[in-house]
Write a protein that binds this ligand. Structure first.
Ligand code: TPP
Ligand code: MG
Length: 581
């Protein structure tokens, strides 16, 4: 008997030596992601990627399962913004892919690096349109909506496919990349050694792009000639993580600066040069505007028109994308390169004796800012019940001041526009919001992505409509025990809760169930729910949530009549001459 076992063992040993070690598409895809430092995948399981997710989790990648792919996609998108590495979202074919695609397009529009990996059905059947399970030509659909799209058909190409996706997402102007992995690919088997050799570690994924010395000189000449300079910081500046250099350039120049929404906190909103509360003055009266990672799109009324005043203006623009220059108005001094390199070059060109900005200009801006801040102050201290936006936001403003490392997520209409102006931000990349599209639905995905990537507490300030787009993810937040405190500004509807349907049958299009109790939703998943009807109660509830780190949802009862149509951008609603309001 002992003899027989020995023989079997010997045979097995021989078999092992003869049989070469093999690997498969599942393992190669996981190995390729790990080799390139992917630590987290955000997704929703299902055919054909369930086992892929399981195996990725078993291999040590953190795989977070969501309730809807769009939210997983938004988590990946914001992970990209926060880390300068592509956030990865994993979905099933056709419907799951489409659900994730909105987030991929959003990432591309906002210049966040992200990779959407979707499983797909059999090419032979899809291309002949023979009706496969979840049949869709995903690659073709993704292409116009993202920066690059790739499909891998052979296991031996997985390494290259992943490398191309990573490099495309983060190099140059970052954006969304689609990576199509057909079901059959995962099961393909190949020699393990050849598989290992096929993997590609991406070296220097986002190479520095150094600006031309002439461009730097031209920019500094324009800036030196300014009588009333203004610096506008965009979220590209926040993304660059060149925080010290950006602060130095602003301070050396002495110019007032205006942070775009997600650039708030690069320098604190309370910085003496911050012109956030004197926005209309600085846009109108400045004569030279230096844009750092900010685009002259609708958010800056395209750099022209009434809000920019009549006086001639010269623009200096710093951006990694050459095509961005002259997109809306003439750029007198284009500086093309990555923000970090451009700012460093400008800074060294400025030297130590940069002339101070004119005191008249600084005084004009400061006094306007102080006047506006003083006007707002009493409104922020009201303790009305039901609350108005100012009373509720006044409380949150104080809380964020006391907890400057918390991450603020913000969406809604009035809830967004008023919070943006009222809540000061003190550190870079602490304010995450709807971005370039003004999209509703980023809330819970961003909150989860931010909590996971940074380990910091998250305060999500959500309109009741905005919250509804991703509300089911509170289960995800509870499941992973993330330190997220959600405040729902519940004014019974979109913009306000007082609209009436003149036909008198169904409710008006912008109103929700009156007096809804969003706080009860999170209790279903073991989170903490609080109904807050006054600023004092709101303050207590948020502080308790932030202290405990427990997933919490606070239903903040806001006067349904307090908001205005479309918040601060009501002017963008089309008007007919026949139906002037
Ligand atoms: C995906 C998407 N769908 C619809 C809209 C249109 N929209 C803009 S703001 C908003 C909701 C505003 O209501 P709420 O979040 O309750 O904020 P409030 O103004 O009431 O504070 C909607 C539906 C959008 N921006 N994005
Ligand atoms: Mg609302």
């Amino acid at each position: 008997m002992a003899e027989a076992v020995t023989k079997e063992q010997r045979n097995a040993d021989v078999a092992m030596k003869v049989e070469p070690e093999r690997t498969d598409g599942f393992s190669l895809a996981i190995d390729a992601l790990k080799l390139n430092g992917v630590k987290t995948i955000y997704g929703v399981p299902g055919i054909p990627i369930t086992d892929f997710g399981r195996m990725a989790q078993a291999s040590g990648i953190r795989v977070l399962s969501f309730r809807h792919e769009q939210n997983a996609g938004y988590a990946a998108a914001i992970a990209g913004f926060l880390t300068k590495k592509p956030g990865v979202c994993l979905t099933v074919s056709a419907p799951g892919f489409l659900n994730g695609l909105t987030a991929l397009a959003h990432a591309t529009t906002n210049c966040f690096p992200m990779i959407l990996i979707s499983g797909s059905s059999e090419r032979e059947i899809v291309d002949l349109q023979q009706g496969d399970y979840e049949e869709m030509d995903q690659l073709a659909i993704a292409k116009p909506l993202c920066k690059a799209a790739f499909r891998v058909l052979h296991a031996a190409d997985i390494g290259i496919g992943v490398a191309r996706a990573i490099r495309a997402a983060v190099s140059g102007r970052p954006g969304g990349v689609y990576l199509d992995l057909p079901a059959k690919l995962f099961g393909q088997v190949m020699d393990a050694e050849a598989g290992r050799k096929s993997l590609v570690k991406v070296i220097d994924a986002a190479p520095a792009q150094i600006p031309a010395p002439e461009a730097i000189k031209r920019a500094l000449d324009v800036l030196r000639g300014a009588k009333r300079p203004l610096i506008i910081l965009g979220k590209g500046a926040a993304y660059a993580q060149a925080d010290d250099a950006i602060k130095s350039i602003v301070e050396n120049s002495g110019a007032p600066f205006l942070p775009m929404s997600m650039a708030k906190g690069l320098l604190p909103d309370t910085h003496p040069q911050c012109a956030g509360a004197a926005r209309s003055t600085v846009l109108k009266d400045s004569d030279v505007v230096m844009l750092i990672g900010a685009r002259l799109n609708w958010l800056l009324t395209h750099g022209k028109g009434k809000s920019w005043g009549d006086a001639p203006k010269k623009f200096i623009q710093i951006d990694i994308e050459p095509k961005e220059m002259d997109s809306n108005v003439e750029i007198a001094a284009p500086v093309v390169g990555d923000i970090g390199s451009c700012v460093a070059a400008l800074l060294s060109g400025m030297g130590v004796n940069w002339p101070a900005a004119s005191t008249d200009w600084i005084k004009a801006v400061t006094s306007k800012r102080d006047e506006n801040v003083a006007k707002m102050a009493p409104r922020l201290m009201n303790n009305n019940s039901p609350m108005d936006y100012h009373g509720a936001l006044g409380v949150l403003r104080t809380i964020v001041k006391q907890r400057p490392d918390a991450i603020l997520v913000n969406e809604g209409a009035n809830t967004l526009d008023l919070a943006r102006g009222i809540i000061d931000v003190y550190q870079p990349r602490k304010r995450l919001d709807v971005g370039t599209w003004g999209v509703m639905g980023i809330g819970m995905g961003y909150a989860i992505g931010a909590a996971v990537e940074t380990g910091k507490p998250v305060l999500a300030v959500e309109g009741d409509s905005a919250f509804g787009f991703s509300g089911m993810e509170i289960e995800t937040i509870c499941r992973y025990r993330l330190p997220v405190c959600i405040v729902v500004f519940n004014n019974d509807g979109i913009y306000r809760g007082t609209d009436v349907n003149s036909a008198g049958t169904d409710p008006a299009t912008t109103v929700f169930v009156r007096g809804s109790r969003y706080d009860k939703m999170i209790e279903a998943f073991g989170g903490v729910g609080v109904n807050a009807t006054s600023p004092d109660a709101l303050k207590r509830a948020v502080n308790a949530a932030m202290d405990s780190g427990n997933p919490t949802l606070i239903n903040a009862v806001i006067d349904p009549a307090a908001g205005s149509e479309s918040g601060r951008i009501g002017n963008l609603n089309p008007q007919s001459a026949l139906r002037k309001k």
